[in-house]
Design a protein around this ligand. Structure first.
Ligand code: ADE
Length: 240
């Protein structure tokens, strides 16, 4: 999976993502990341400027279409087919785990990060396939949302998580929150690890964990219950 980010702050993307699990995944070749500075594609006479005043007036500046178009052309020139191009915007569909899983199937993904008051609508019409938000709040730019999405998508790419199963049993895998985890010591500050986890009885442990997931989801994110993948037994437990 190859990620390409069109941005005014490429160093933010590169430094932010080239560590820990993703840094290792890049070094091992499971994913790649290029951050392209849109400013490098400014018209020569504009000396690196890529924004201008909005037609119709109003506050703030708008990113012009041509530098973005040239950056996009440079990034996609060697691709066999047109990639999905995600415009990172609070006006988009809200990102979630199933989108991460779906986007992880792509060979190339291009992210366009806006700044200032926005981006000229015509370049969005021309190149963007998906408008995506990370939630109902407004950030100063698209870089952090792009990084959030790239992280979540990367985890779904085979090989990125070394423990292959860990992506499948955690929060949101089947639409539920993950069960609580414990490690040593058995007693900490007067709080004991639940006895069942010390029992060595795997069937009971799995049952307990499932019930904890259900309880936790119902308490903290009841909105997830209607769309979660539940067995007969899960439903019976929730009715109790
Ligand atoms: N740009 C600014 N705020 C954003 C958000 N919440 N999601 C995606 N892109 C954004």
């Amino acid at each position: 999976m190859n990620f390409h980010v069109l941005t005014l702050f490429p160093e933010m993307i590169e430094q932010g993502l080239n560590t820990s699990i993703l840094g290792r995944a890049m070094a091992a070749g499971y994913i790649s990341l290029t951050a392209t500075n849109i400013r490098d594609y400014a018209a020569p006479e504009r000396k690196g400027r890529v924004d201008d005043y909005p037609y119709g007036g109003g506050a703030g500046m708008v990113m012009q279409p041509e530098p973005i178009d040239r950056a996009y052309e440079a990034v996609t020139a060697s691709m066999e087919k047109e990639p999905r191009v995600i415009y990172v915007t609070p006006q988009g569909k809200v990102f979630n785990q199933s989108m991460a899983r779906e986007l992880a199937q792509e060979e190339n993904l291009v992210f366009l990060c806006g700044h200032y008051e926005g981006v000229d609508e015509r370049i969005l019409d021309k190149i963007v396939t998906d408008h995506v938000s990370i939630g109902d709040y407004v950030l100063t730019g698209g870089e952090l949302p792009a990084m959030v999405m790239i992280d979540a998508i990367s985890r779904m790419v085979p090989g990125v998580l070394t423990n292959d199963a860990s992506g499948e049993i955690e929060s949101f895998y089947d639409g539920l929150l993950e069960y609580p985890q414990y490690t040593r010591p058995v007693e900490y500050d007067g709080r004991r690890v639940p006895d069942i986890l010390l029992s060595g009885h795997h069937v009971n442990v799995e049952k307990w964990r499932r019930e904890q997931s259900l309880i936790r989801t119902r308490e903290r994110r009841p909105d997830l219950i209607p769309t979660a993948t539940l067995t007969e037994e899960d439903q019976k437990f929730l009715r109790k």
